[in-house]
Design a protein around this ligand. Structure first.
Ligand SMILES: [Ca+2]
Length: 307
């Protein structure tokens, strides 16, 4: 989750170290009807290894044995992520019903009932409502979930439709920062942090990895995927993380099974929680809309074996 500057990034992430695990917020999650059998067609392809984690969001509500419905705020010029922007629903994907987690983003034209937050007391852990103060506005708020458990090296896959309009980062990252120098972060961010103001912002992804927040501790790549990701179709975003125990240390980044980047200089080794959703990153566009939705079909973490 690239912030506006290294300094604010470090401050925010030190605060995160206070404890992500602590509080599962009260969520206002709703669901549609039970999924029709046809929804099974959106199941992922056969795994290359053992499945460690999977959710296709087909239940009656968010599975809080797997996920925390995120309440958090970091970075400048946004009012955080709030559980009120999360819901389970079924969307029509070219005639096929697909059960999804819908993560709403509210832009500068938003006048609805959701209220955003600012982080005002870092003595409380991430996700603890006492850490934040509710605001009178709901603009520039997002929706995001993170896993309750930490996961290590392996294949991470998310099938989703990214946010369609400029303003809001559709993102996947894992994160571990206990404050003792240990650090794990691997990101896929759309748009990339350096491309939110471009006319072709929807073509770009940030592929990032970190082993520390010190200079030289990160590899940040802005990559042109060659086509707009907000084309109304589901796409599968993936990284294969080889930490040294399962092959030469590297991270391979894929979109729809096409390899776009390989990073070898900053490969983490420690298990981390996976975050999936969207947030109103100040660099992610113009926010000239009321509300828009990111639709997440499924999330899977599996082993890569001894490759
Ligand atoms: Ca699904």
């Amino acid at each position: 989750m690239v912030l506006s500057s290294p300094k604010t990034r470090i401050e925010a992430r030190n605060a995160l170290a206070a404890g992500i695990m602590a509080v599962a917020c009260a969520a206002t999650l709703t669901s549609g009807s039970p999924p029709p059998a046809a929804a099974d067609v959106d199941a992922p392809a056969a795994a290359s290894g053992t499945v460690l984690f999977f959710d296709d969001f087909s239940g009656a509500s968010l599975d809080t044995t797997k996920w925390v419905a995120g309440l958090h705020q970091w970075g400048p010029d946004n009012y955080g992520v709030v559980p009120e922007n999360l819901s389970l629903t079924t969307v029509n994907d070219a005639g096929t019903p697909v059960d999804v987690l819908a993560a709403r983003a509210n832009g500068d034209q938003y006048t609805g009932a959701v209220r955003g937050i600012l982080a005002t007391d870092a003595s409380y852990p991430v996700g603890d409502p006492r850490r934040y103060t509710r605001q009178e506005t709901g603009v520039r708020t997002g929706g995001l979930v993170w896993t309750k458990e930490r996961f290590g090296a392996g294949r991470y896959e998310v099938r989703m439709k990214t946010l369609p309009y400029s303003g809001g980062c559709s993102c996947i990252w894992n994160y571990y920062n206990p404050g003792n120098g240990d650090y794990t972060e691997i990101d896929i961010e759309m748009p990339a942090a350096g491309t939110g103001g471009r006319a072709d912002w929807a073509h770009w992804a940030g592929f990032n990895s970190y082993v520390s927040l010190d200079p030289g501790g990160a590899t940040l790549e802005d990559v042109d995927l060659g086509a707009a990701q907000n084309d109304g179709a589901f796409h599968t975003y993936r990284w294969d993380w080889y930490d040294g125990s399962n092959g030469t240390p590297r991270i391979e980044f894929y979109v729809d099974n096409v390899l776009y980047a390989t990073q070898t200089a900053t490969v983490p080794t420690l298990p981390a929680q996976l975050w999936v959703g969207n947030w109103a990153a100040s660099w992610s566009g113009d926010f000239d809309y009321a509300s828009q939705y990111q639709y997440i079909d499924w999330v899977k973490i599996s082993t890569l074996g001894g490759q």
